[in-house]
Design a protein around this ligand. Structure first.
Ligand SMILES: [Zn+2]
Length: 281
């Protein structure tokens, strides 16, 4: 977490409420928050108006009036909160965006206890003046999870011996899916997360693609998932609701919603996969 549905919730809220706001000042305090290029590279965004908010996979793209794009990657524990001017800062606030708005002023607080999250300017030179290779900083990403087609999935999985879940969470295959939604997608598609990805039949790839869309869309409608740590919060600090709809993730021993057999937890890399051994093949 956060995965595609949480970042899409953030994108929609920002696009609905913040377009047209002018960034007066960007104050950065976390040394790790900007690490791809010198902090000064971001100063050019000050004075510009927010004209668009996009997303690709788990990356949020903020477009500014003079053509700059600032990327926000929340990684494990990042939050972007809309706060009134001069509101108290939560611990681990690493960046404050101060805006001039029609209502007088607003701020965004980028809060990130684990400091894996980052901000970077698309196309800005790195510390040694180098620029990103072909395709830019986001060029490695596969198609976005909400838009990926069965044809693209067929190509990406062909010949791969890795387990299905490993490829679903590989951002080069499809962008936006992580540990939680991969398990939910495999359950929806009635496919075991540990089966070899390259051996799916065309009908199974079609079912998998439909499951990716269905699960991600349902999770966006429920404004994402917040786990027991409640680390994921929306721009107003509220938790999501999709955790209440999880059918297998973190539900070991609880009955499968389709057949009643207890959900299994199996070791998967450094983490786990949750599945129903009867419903998933
Ligand atoms: Zn079952």
């Amino acid at each position: 977490l956060p995965e595609l549905p949480e970042v899409e919730t953030l994108r929609r809220d920002l696009a609905e409420r913040c377009l047209g706001w002018t960034l007066e000042r960007l104050a950065l305090s976390g040394r790790r928050t900007v690490r791809r290029h010198p902090v000064e590279a971001l100063a050019g965004v000050e004075g510009q108006e927010l004209v668009g908010v996009d997303r690709h996979g788990k990356f949020l793209l903020l477009h500014w009036g003079q053509g700059d794009t600032l990327v926000v990657h929340l990684r494990m524990s990042g939050q972007l909160l809309i706060r009134p001017p001069a509101a108290p800062q939560a611990p681990h606030t690493h960046a404050v965006f101060a805006f001039a708005t029609p209502g007088g002023g607003q701020e965004w607080h980028f809060v990130d206890p684990r400091t894996f999250g980052e901000l970077f300017l698309l196309g800005a030179p790195g510390p040694g003046g180098e620029r990103a290779a072909d395709g830019g900083e986001l060029g490695h990403l596969g198609p976005d999870g909400l838009a990926v087609t069965a044809q693209q999935m067929t190509r990406a999985l062909a010949g791969r011996r890795a387990p299905l879940k490993s490829l679903l969470v590989d951002q080069r295959v499809v962008a936006g899916i992580g540990n939680i939604y991969a398990d939910e997608i495999c359950f929806e598609a009635k496919l075991r997360p540990d089966r070899p990805a390259g051996r799916l039949r065309p009908a199974q790839v079609a079912r998998l693609t439909d499951a990716i869309h269905a699960i991600l869309r349902a999770a966006v409608l429920a404004r994402g998932s917040s786990l027991a740590d409640e680390q994921y919060r929306d721009v107003d600090g509220r938790v999501g609701r999709y955790q209440l709809a999880h059918r297998v993730y973190a539900r070991a021993g609880m009955p499968c919603p389709d057949c009643g057999r207890p959900i299994d937890r199996v070791p998967f890399g450094a983490r786990s996969a949750f599945l129903c051994r009867r419903c998933q093949r």
